[in-house]
Ligand binder design. Structure first.
Ligand SMILES: [Zn+2]
Length: 112
């Protein structure tokens, strides 16, 4: 599981925001349902996206609204972002020279 925006690995139990998405036919028989997809964002990206300008695209905007909802309703997610931000600076210095660190994607918007 990786953060969709920065591609950071999110291990099980790590703090993150998960968006679940599936598609389903309505009013058509037989009813069809796609597999469910799980999209994850690390706390920093969640807070950063929520604070940033609205993205383009109806789906992106819907996801952005939901993340803003979470970030705005309780400081716990901001706290998690702050905590991992402090841990990350040490992590980057430790792994930055071995060539395996994947650079963060530059764009600030969702990609579906
Ligand atoms: Zn991220």
């Amino acid at each position: 599981m990786h953060c969709l925006r920065c591609n950071r690995e999110l291990e099980a139990g790590h703090k993150s925001v998960a968006l679940y998405m599936f598609a389903q036919t309505v009013g058509i028989k037989p009813r069809q349902k796609s597999t469910a997809h799980r999209i994850s964002f690390c706390p920093q990206c969640s807070v950063s996206l929520a604070m940033g300008p609205p993205p383009e695209g109806a789906l992106n905007l819907a996801a952005w609204d939901m993340i803003r909802d979470l970030v705005g309703s309780d400081p716990a997610l901001n706290q998690a972002a702050w905590e991992s931000l402090n841990g990350i600076s040490g992590l980057l210095t430790a792994t930055g020279t071995d060539g395996t660190h994947r650079p963060a994607r530059a764009e600030g918007y969702f990609e579906f």
